[in-house]
Design a protein around this ligand. Sequence first.
Ligand SMILES: [Zn+2]
Length: 363
Amino acid sequence: MNENKHSNWQPYKFIKILKYLSYGIVYYASRSSININYKLRKDFKLEHVNTLSLPISAVRKFDKINEEEILQKQFGPLIMEFVNVIIDNIPNTYLTLFFNNLNTLNSLTKDFDLDNLLLNQHVQGEYLANDNTIVLSKDNCCLTIDHELLHASTTIIDKSNSIILCGFQQINKGRQIGEGLNEGYTQYLAEKYFGDKHKLLHAYLYEKRVAEILEIIVGEDLMKALYFNANLMGLIEYLKQYNQEEEIYKFIRTLDFLNKHLEDKHLTESSFKIIFESLQYINIFLIKTSLRKKIVNNSLNEQMDVFDLIYSLIPILNLLPANITSGNYKYEIVDNKLLNENILAVMSEYTNEKQKKSLIKEI
Ligand SMILES: [Zn+2]
């Protein structure tokens, strides 16, 4: 995009925005696509789970990591490598759960092959919160150790309410919220900090992309602070500045739903439609939240440059999955018309209803 052209773009009429969106934004959006092996299966229904509580206050029990003790444990050198990378990259004040759990961590090895075969899954590692234990595949521990250690670094148990708070996920007596976002962000951080050190298991491709976009909206530092403090509530409170609480819960639950069902096989037509609409909802949520943040943060200015508003979306549209394909199926999620409609809808919230500013002089 040319800077001189940028300065000539204000003020803009809707018709010109639409023209811009048609060629510019969709070009960016269409660059990212995700391919997932995807086949049909029998139908299913959305579940209703509402589990949430405030994070309990965590008390830091250790000032530092006991390196000697950790090195004597199974996977000791790998755990210490993880510890050093985290300490170098995450502010110390966010690491209360990390210090508490890593110093008392247990580990086990397991052959996951039989379980995977019987349950038709691809698990290669897990973290057992109640025992503060990572369970890894004996032969392939490097594939998953960093991901599982991130879970260990971000977990606290509220014993009085029997709630496990793990990153952005909360689990209460078998019911849960936030798994999709939590797995996505965990995998995103694992690849960011350890992708050049170990050959990692490729997992949570879609959830990772969504979490990465959410980090752009929330901001890297705050996102890390909330994640390492297992503060889902804090994330919701932050997003409430730019979206309704109900929509935020729907976003989190929809990502949970896709985490569970995106790779299901043998879909009926109605199930296929539910998945399509869920994917579309996630994209619209991210676009609207990002636009509102840009407008609200610009509220001191009398008038907003529409080009700036639309330009602010580009980092998000660069990552947003525009289509997901598998086999004979292709979900075209970023539809040009839908994108235009939602951008205009957000703009009209601020021009017509709230009269906070005039985005456009003439409509
Ligand atoms: Zn995980």
